[in-house]
Design a protein around this ligand. Structure first.
Ligand code: AMP
Ligand code: GLY
Length: 452
């Protein structure tokens, strides 16, 4: 029997833990730190990792926990620990961990690294230039004109990107990042990019150094408000599959984007392992351009994708760790769609401690076709997500409260994207908390296609 450690606290991690729990060979799944949803899943238990050693290195708490709890597999959800080398640290300690090394994670950790990598390997992407100086950046903006895209170089939780419609907005973004330091170190260097037109899609794969296993395709909704308006967020909802990724587009993405990453990383002596997420713009002729690489699964894409995954993620990762990924997984043919419910103020700020009402009975899946994945949630009693560690501790007796910007992702499987949207909306509408907001139009691109 296996013990698994999932690292992270979002909807992605709740979905990963939930999918792993379906595997009969899994005994226990620890989620660090997890959320109220992961605490309530069968076999799952939230843990807070703390190192006992005084000269603790950054990842030593994870390594100690794995050694003390007979962990057979570590699955890392978010980018930050990947970028700082959690996979390297686990491997050095002889612990099996799924994800890219710190070298490969630069594809997400540094926009400049990613852009140079793409240029060197002929991976299609927007033309760009990097700047640290505001005057030079503005001169380049004058030369290029608007619309134009300004990106903080480092990690900024999906919020360090400004799509400027006017030169003035572009100047403001430069002032925020380079002069006022609004994004901290992440924004001390910016990348200025050509504005790409088309429809976006998320293309996520598992890679074992050599073999590529594409996940089902998906589409995220980055803007905060309906009609794709408002500020960029971490993602307000997603569905799978994305009809814009036809077989022809799929073939092009594999040949022009994913395979070159695998080949180049291998040639550099750093084989790519783990999830790789290509955020794509597909133009009118069906040609893909990379908007960004992420070195992890997407959030909220994970939620609808894993609703459809019929293979076991535990088995796939086991094969991946052995360098034996199959080239296809099994999928429910029905589409899935997830709607994110965000807290007051998101994405500029977020709110904590608001009591969530109307959640389907906690820990119980009344209906296999709808699942409420938690993200920024906690239990009111102590706010520490003690979870189901203590069997006598009745989680269901406690209130679930908000604990972050993206709070829940209500995900439904149905015969069409419209039906999945309606099923998710019905459950979403029954959930309430102070300041809750969500988009009613998740899936609109695909629904328009379905209806035409
Ligand atoms: P990123 O964090 O790089 O994925 O950017 C966030 C969002 O900004 C993307 O999902 C796109 O909607 C938009 N975006 C980023 N780069 C471009 C670009 N070059 N052209 C058009 N839209 C972009
Ligand atoms: N949903 C976008 C991301 O995970 O970066």
């Amino acid at each position: 029997m296996m013990n698994i450690l999932v690292i992270g606290s979002g909807g992605r991690e709740h979905a990963l833990a939930w999918q792993c729990a379906k595997n009969d060979n899994v005994q226990r799944i620890y989620v660090a730190p997890g959320n109220a949803g992961s605490a309530l899943e069968p076999k799952c238990q939230n843990v807070v990792l703390k190192s006992t050693s005084s000269d603790a290195s950054e990842h030593s708490a994870v390594i100690e926990f794995c050694q003390n709890n007979a962990i057979d597999m570590v699955i890392v959800g978010p980018e930050a620990p990947l970028v700082t080398g959690i996979i390297d640290a686990c491997r050095d300690a002889g612990i099996k961990a799924w994800g890219p090394t710190t070298y490969c994670a630069q594809l997400e950790g540094s926009k400049t690294f990613a852009k140079e990598f793409m240029a060197q390997n002929n991976i299609p992407t927007a033309a760009y230039q990097g700047f640290t100086d505001a005057t030079a950046a503005k001169a380049y903006i004058d030369e290029q004109g608007a619309p134009i895209v300004i990106k903080a170089d480092g990690l900024a939780a999906g919020k360090g990107v400004i799509v400027a419609e006017t030169i003035e907005q572009a100047y403001d973004a430069i002032d925020d990042m380079l002069a006022d330091n609004k994004f901290g170190d992440a924004g001390s260097r910016v990348v200025i990019e050509q504005f790409l037109q088309g429809e976006e899609a998320s293309f996520i794969c598992m890679i074992d150094g050599d073999n590529i296993l594409p996940m089902a395709t998906s589409q995220d909704h980055k803007r905060a408000y309906e009609g794709d308006t408002g500020p960029n967020t971490g993602g307000m909802g997603a569905y799978s599959p994305a009809p814009v990724v036809t077989q022809d587009v799929h073939d092009k993405v594999m040949a022009q984007v994913i395979q070159p990453v695998v080949d180049a990383m291998k040639a550099a002596g750093h084989p790519y392992t783990g999830f790789l997420y290509a955020g794509l713009m597909i133009d009118k002729s069906g040609d893909p351009y990379v908007i960004e690489f992420n070195c992890r699964f997407g959030d909220p894409e994970t939620q609808p994708i894993l609703m459809r995954l019929q293979s076991s993620m535990v088995d796939l990762i086991t094969q991946g760790l052995a360098g034996q990924l199959p080239d296809a997984a099994e999928w429910d043919t029905r589409p899935a769609l997830g709607i994110v419910i965000a807290s007051k103020g998101y994405p500029e700020t977020s709110s904590k401690g608001d009591v969530i009402a109307g959640l389907p009975e906690l820990g119980v899946d009344n209906d296999d076709s709808v699942k409420v994945f938690h993200a920024g949630t906690a239990f009111s009693q102590d706010g520490t997500n003690i979870g189901s560690q203590d069997a006598s501790y009745d989680n269901n007796a406690k209130e679930v409260i908000t604990n972050g910007g993206r709070v829940l992702c209500v995900t439904a499987l149905a015969d069409s994207i419209l039906d999945a949207q309606q099923a998710a909306l019905a459950v979403t509408g029954a959930i309430s908390f102070d300041g809750a907001h969500y988009r009613r139009d998740i899936g609109h691109h695909a629904i328009t296609r379905e209806q035409s």
